[in-house]
Design a binder for this molecule. Structure first.
Ligand SMILES: CC(C)(COP(=O)(O)OP(=O)(O)OC[C@H]1O[C@@H](n2cnc3c(N)ncnc32)[C@H](O)[C@@H]1OP(=O)(O)O)[C@@H](O)C(=O)NCCC(=O)NCCS
Length: 431
């Protein structure tokens, strides 16, 4: 890490000796104050629930400038990647730091294709679930179960083992997500077909059946691939931090990734796209565009507990660049499928317009996030609402494993162990 020119001095009003703390500089973004020795020097901890001001690691993978609304994977703007690269190239970039040349790309694709099948025993594990189980419950179980199949060959301190775990995860996630879907609808599982693209293969496993040849629609294929690219990584968000913390104990990487899947499920995180579509359907069922004003009044009334799902972000205080790309894809896919007059899309655009002009949203810098439009795209493609977060998990797996592998290869990494401000009873005796 690069030391900045200045240092921080922490002084106390009770006359305790002040503490000098080093400051480090990143390539871009805020400097960080190194407080690692603070406890040793002052006997005090810092307090930052929700990590509002705390960098828990150093990372060279993804950078977000929340004020500008900028997202970079390994330095490349998300818009350029979404327009010029496919998902597997993006995976290669996130894992290796550089975009692949033609040879590297072909070799990477071939390697991923070698691992698309899951152990046949996985289907018996899956069959233990109720048919109506939420796909995220199923996926948490299935991804965790992979650790039982690869435990002996996965030494997290071995870089080659970490790499193969990454390839296996990227390759198997579409198969597992499609299996979870097929199980729920009672259709036979479809084996992967490796001459198709990553997104095309996933579409066939989802929507194909053994009785007919499945034809991949290239517009839908591209839309799905774009959804994957846009969700591939997002620096130290809740699920990624969960994966890092879980993995910091040296646990099996598949187990660590399943912790990420579990975290992603929540409506404040990956579950927001499902919550957003449910919200749009609810407004539509209760009067649609005519009732938008009434709904917005509820959102602004804190006592109602209603939020405008798909709006707001911890880091973006400007338009989420992924939301713009997603809106573009939304237009393309609805036109391709003859759904230009989709009432939910019209409703979403109306909600966005009102929110962007309303003082409540303007003052709090609340803008649409990626989930605002991704639900409409997925619904148009035919993905059921309760599988939206599963699609997000599929795409984010590369980010999780790239971040986990970066951590395990970092000589400065330690097991994660936050401190606390204790407010419970002090020592007392049982009478
Ligand atoms: C994403 C989210 C959890 C970020 O939370 P955060 O960084 O902790 O921000 P806060 O919850 O403190 O929000 C700041 C203010 O905006 C309000 N706010 C934030 N998101 C809002 C939303 N979607 N609708 C209405 N009000 C919202 C908060 O009530 C708070 O108001 P206050 O200052 O008057 O108390 C939050 O914006 C949210 O719940 N959004 C909806 C869910 C969603 O789309 N999540 C997907 C994220 S990719």
């Amino acid at each position: 890490m690069k030391l900045a020119d200045n240092k921080a001095t922490l002084s106390f009003s009770n006359g305790a000796p002040s503490v000098e703390l080093p400051v480090y500089q990143g390539t871009v973004g805020p400097d960080v104050i190194d407080i690692r020795k603070l406890y040793g020097q002052s006997g005090m901890f810092t307090y930052d629930p929700g990590f509002l001001s705390t960098a828990a690691c150093q990372s060279a993978i993804t950078y977000i400038d929340g004020d500008k609304g900028e997202l970079l994977y390994r330095g490349y703007p998300i818009e350029q990647l979404a327009n010029n690269c496919n998902f597997l190239e993006t995976c290669y970039l996130l894992l290796n730091g550089e975009l692949p040349n033609a040879q590297e790309k072909a070799a990477f694709e071939a390697r991923v294709n070698q691992h698309t099948m899951v152990h046949d025993q996985m289907q018996y594990f899956l069959r233990g679930f109720r048919r109506d189980a939420h796909p995220m419950a199923v996926l948490t179980g299935l991804v965790g179960a992979l650790s039982a199949f690869y435990h002996d060959s996965t030494d997290v301190h071995n870089a080659e083992h970490r790499e193969i775990a990454a390839i296996r995860l990227i390759a198997k996630m579409p198969t597992l997500v499609a299996m979870a879907y097929k199980y729920g609808v009672g259709q036979p599982f479809m084996y992967p077909q490796n001459d198709l693209s990553y997104a095309g293969n996933f579409m066939r496993m989802m929507f194909g059946n053994p009785c007919e040849e499945y034809k991949v629609n290239p517009v839908v294929e591209r839309a799905l691939d774009r959804i994957f690219i846009l969700h591939a990584d997002h620096e130290q968000n809740a699920s990624t931090s969960t994966v890092r913390l879980c993995g910091s104990s040296g646990t099996n990487p598949f187990a660590a990734i399943s912790a990420g899947v579990a975290c992603l499920w929540g409506p404040a995180h990956g579950g927001a796209n499902e919550a957003c579509l449910n919200m749009l359907e609810h407004i539509q069922a209760n009067g649609g565009i005519a009732k938008v004003g009434e709904f917005m009044e509820q959102v602004k009334d804190k006592s109602s507990g209603v939020k405008l799902m798909g709006f707001g972000h911890r880091v973006y205080k400007n338009y989420d660049p992924r939301a713009k790309l997603m809106q573009e894809t939304c237009n393309e896919i609805l036109a391709e499928l003859g759904l230009e007059n989709d009432p939910l899309f019209a409703l979403a655009k109306k909600l966005e317009k009102i929110a962007l002009e309303d003082d409540y949203f303007v003052q709090r810098k609340l803008y649409p996030n990626v989930d605002f439009y991704s639900g409409i795209v997925q619904r148009a493609i035919g993905i059921p609402v309760n599988l939206f977060t599963g699609i997000f998990a599929l795409a984010r797996t590369v980010g999780w494993i790239a971040q986990l592998n970066e951590q395990m290869g970092d000589p400065e990494y330690k097991i994660g162990r936050p401190r606390q401000l204790f407010t419970g009873a002090a020592t007392r005796n049982v009478k």
